[in-house]
Design a protein around this ligand. Structure first.
Ligand SMILES: Nc1ncnc2c1ncn2[C@@H]1O[C@H](COP(=O)(O)OP(=O)(O)OP(=O)(O)O)[C@@H](O)[C@H]1O
Ligand SMILES: [Mg+2]
Length: 209
């Protein structure tokens, strides 16, 4: 059985149409995008596109953010370059990025898996990276207020968006549920409300004060 014969659901006609189809994995830094996207690409035999490597290889920077000590991506150039690169690939590609709405053309995206993580667990993951407290706070707060989810739904539309909670399941479990959705199996959409959960756990002040 070859790759195309094994496909069902919305991937079924990929071979005939010779089109590029992209799966996007957005999420707050630390939610597990790269871990998940690589594992998903391997499981469904798709191309994995590493944005950091792409930007670095083609030198798509416009300057340096001294405060954050990072290089600033040239968004229009990155968008054009990725459109070209993704256009040359056949079959499925998986791309992880926390700013898909800025750098990925909406029309080539088939499905969006927004990764989520309980703010307390995310804080722990970011602390282990030894990030500055202000940077951790800024990112955890973005997760608390559903920043990536809102941007994804606004840009891609809610039908294409599915949330995956990486604080409750390991990568294998997360990939298994994404694969079911790609294969067209009915997928239960989870609801995430960190504000209510944190309030119940007595942790809301920690992140919102
Ligand atoms: N499902 C999971 N369960 C437990 N830990 C996980 C899971 N997914 C990822 N992690 C862990 O979380 C950390 C962050 O993962 P990863 O680097 O993939 O996140 P990211 O979203 O790509 O971050 P960034 O945006 O900074 O690149 C890693 O230590 C990884 O091992
Ligand atoms: Mg990453």
């Amino acid at each position: 059985m070859n790759q195309e014969e094994g496909r069902t659901g919305w991937t079924r006609n990929l071979g005939d149409r010779k089109m590029q189809t992209v799966i996007i994995v957005p999420g707050t830094p630390g939610t597990g995008k790269t871990t998940f996207a690589k594992a998903l690409a391997k499981t469904i035999r798709a191309n994995y596109v590493n944005i950091t490597r792409h930007v670095s290889k083609h030198r798509l920077y416009r300057g340096v953010d001294r405060e954050r000590r990072t290089r600033i991506i040239d968004v229009p150039k990155t968008r054009a370059s990725l459109k070209r690169e993704l256009g040359t690939m056949h079959g499925l590609s998986v791309v992880d990025t926390h700013i898909p709405e800025e750098i990925i053309p909406r029309e080539i995206v088939k499905q969006v898996f927004v990764l989520r993580c309980h703010p307390r667990i995310l804080e722990g993951r970011l602390r282990r990276r030894r990030w500055k407290a202000s940077k951790i706070r800024e990112n955890v707060l973005a997760e608390v207020v559903d920043s990536c989810l809102s941007a994804g739904v606004k840009y891609f539309g809610w039908r294409r968006v599915i949330q995956i909670d990486t604080s409750r399941r390991n990568t294998r479990g997360c990939v298994a549920s994404a694969k079911m959705s790609i294969l067209g199996e009915p997928t239960k959409r989870i609801k995430i409300d960190w504000i209510s959960k944190l309030e119940r756990e007595g942790l809301l002040d920690r992140y919102l004060k």
